[in-house]
Design a protein around this ligand. Structure first.
Ligand code: AGP
Length: 611
């Protein structure tokens, strides 16, 4: 996901302010960056591949003047991650930065080249700059030129656009990618999110789908998709000026792993009525009547998808509700047979901006389903389009690899399952109290699991040498095995696969040898004996077994596993939440051993706002 900032001001040094904002957007993941400013009406530009430090060095060597500027961190979609393709892109008097994908850019580029436009880059974005310049060459002023060009773009965009010769004008537009206006004192801003403009203002306007805005230094106009001028509310956001810092931690991911007692406690507190020992779902009580729901479809991507896979077991076992889970990028193309009535679509997304998940949401709304979403950003697009928001209160998650958001998602889903079971009459009062009690114990148990950090760091030394790693789990821990494998591969770049333990014999067991670590995620629950059989099958083939279990499980396994991690004994209901911690810590320490970029792993973005 790219990062965008635009600054329209008569004070300050635009290049310093743009760089400060881009540093707050680094967490989104990127592979090049750039800035353009207006000084005395003249456009100037600096761009650099790689980290922001490269752009900063270039600016130190060749400073760029002006109090007006736009900046961008690019996560390459079309065209290599190099300086040539870095934003801002320029055509004539137009300079712009873009987040999204223009799907019809090749046809537009061909037409523009035929009209004499000369392209310098391999990007879809440059086409937008030429299209606007072409409309201006045709006699349109900048506002009319942008409006005309936007009608020809297919795909997703968030844009911030400057014009040479117009030093009191900044134009923005959003379709499919988020964009906010920051309202300052005699200055205006455009940003990908509230964090981008946080150094300058806490007054933020969230543009709606299809909006376009025209800013001057002390005023703004917003036009909706039908080109009608509209008023959008100005929100006061908390994070103004607040910077998310690592504190004493080595990485944001490490900090966020250790924040999980707090992040789960905050999330649980938003759902649990401690006095009544019951669940009160946040939001409008009447948004969803769980007693009328007959089919639950859960849709998400990546780690968030694994949270839905855990919740599938819970909804079916505790609330007796038939569930189908889908990877968002597959869901709508599968043409699912959605029920005419009684259907609920539940989406899980940390950012609330993931393009595939958002597209699946709109598909379900089109089909008439009720919709709900577990999101960590209450102002996100997904949060603003569902019938019911089920918030996670994990706070900003900066590490690209999701940790505290995942366990917060599981807490929110666990609470929702209890509420659904109660509403559907499948949960006795005693059982409800027991489940709420187990949920309330999660923060403490997570704190206790931190004692594992040093022993896991020790194990990581050897495991970091592995070429392939297999994660195995049964029942509700199969998704935790999948999540453990994803964590490892996305930050250490070691190939890892998650499998259902029972599936091993149907092929993957051929992979077992003494070089391949096999990580079993297996608390001593109803399925443990079966997991132990699978573990012994692996050991019998000289597999290098690491068993993650509780005291009882490790005793039952005896000396069969080569290595062990003892997790605090806990209620089976919340075990998947707790067992997320050792697989997170294992991935983290292995990545540190490997020396990879733990917080911004190669090729990855924090939120994938393109399909
Ligand atoms: C998780 O470690 C990954 N960074 C990734 O799979 C992520 O969970 C996925 O892209 C979904 O993002 P979202 O929760 O913001 O929708």
């Amino acid at each position: 996901m790219c990062g965008i900032i635009g600054i329209l001001s008569r004070q300050g040094v635009a290049s310093d302010r743009v760089m400060e904002s881009l540093r707050r957007l680094e967490y989104r993941g990127y592979d090049s960056a750039g800035i353009a400013t207006l000084a005395d009406g003249k456009l100037d530009r600096r761009r650099a591949a790689g980290k922001l430090s490269n752009l900063q060095s270039l600016l130190n060597e060749t400073p760029i003047a002006g109090s007006i500027g736009i900046g961008h961190t690019r996560w390459a979609t079309h065209g290599a991650a190099n300086t040539k393709n870095a934003h801002p892109h320029v055509s004539g008097s137009v300079a712009l930065v873009h987040n999204g994908i223009i799907e019809n850019f090749r046809r537009l580029r061909t037409e523009l080249e035929a009209a004499g436009h000369v392209f310098e880059t391999d990007t879809d974005t440059e086409t937008i700059a030429h299209l606007i310049a072409a409309r201006m060459n045709g006699g349109n002023d900048p506002v009319a030129a942008v409006k005309s060009a936007l009608t020809e773009l297919e795909g997703a965009f968030a844009l911030s656009i400057l014009f040479e010769g117009h030093d009191d004008l900044l134009i923005g537009a959003r379709k499919g990618s988020p964009l906010v206006i920051g309202v300052g004192d005699d200055e205006m801003f455009l940003g990908s999110d509230a964090l981008a403009v946080a150094p300058f203002t806490n007054r933020v306007i969230y543009l709606e789908e299809g909006d376009m805005c025209v800013l001057s230094h002390n005023a703004f106009q917003i036009f909706d998709a039908a080109d009608q001028e509209v008023i959008r509310p100005v929100a006061l956001v908390q994070s103004a000026g607040a910077t998310v810092e690592k504190g004493n931690y080595r990485h944001f991911m490490q900090k966020e792993i250790f924040e999980q007692p707090d992040s789960t406690a905050r999330t649980i507190s938003a759902y649990v009525d401690a006095l009544e020992q019951s669940i009160e779902l946040p939001g409008d009580d009447n948004a969803i009547d769980w007693s009328e729901i007959t089919h639950l479809h859960m849709v998400a991507c990546g780690t968030a998808y694994y949270a839905t896979c855990v919740a599938e077991y819970w909804f079916e076992q505790i609330a007796g509700l038939p569930v189908k889970t889908d990877i968002a990028s597959e869901f709508r193309y599968r043409q699912p047979a959605l029920p005419q009535k009684g259907g609920l679509a539940l989406f899980v997304s940390q950012s609330g901006e993931t393009a595939d998940t958002l597209a699946a949401l709109r598909y379900c709304k089109e089909a008439g389903l009720k919709t709900a979403a577990v999101v960590n950003v209450p102002t996100s697009t997904i949060a603003r389009e569902v019938d019911l928001v089920l918030p996670t209160l994990a706070g900003p998650e900066i590490g690209v690899a999701s940790t505290k958001a995942f366990t917060a998602q599981l807490c929110a889903l666990a609470a929702t399952v209890i509420a659904a079971g109660k509403a559907r009459g499948t949960l006795s009062r005693d059982r409800e109290i027991a489940l709420v009690k187990a949920l309330n114990g999660v923060p403490r148990l997570i704190s206790e699991s931190f004692a594992l950090d040093d022993p896991i760091a020790e194990l990581a030394r050897d495991l970091s040498k592995a070429r392939d790693v297999i994660y195995l789990g049964r029942g509700v821990h199969f998704p935790i095995a999948l999540e453990g494998a994803l964590k490892l591969k996305e930050i250490s770049y070691i190939h890892a696969e998650g499998y259902a333990s029972g599936e091993l014999k149907h092929g993957p067991i051929a992979l077992i040898d003494e070089e391949t670590p096999v990580v079993f995620v297996a608390p001593h629950d109803d399925l443990f004996d079966k997991s132990l059989s699978n573990l012994q099958e692996v050991a019998a083939r000289r597999g290098n077994v690491l068993l993650i279990s509780d005291k009882e499980g490790l005793e039952a396994a005896g000396d069969t596993p080569a290595q062990m991690i003892e997790v605090p004994t806990c209620d089976a209901f919340i075990a998947p939440i707790l067992y997320s911690l050792p697989v997170q810590m294992l991935a983290y320490h292995i990545a540190v051993e490997k020396g990879t970029d733990v917080d911004q792993p190669r090729n990855l973005a924090k939120s994938v706002t393109v399909e």
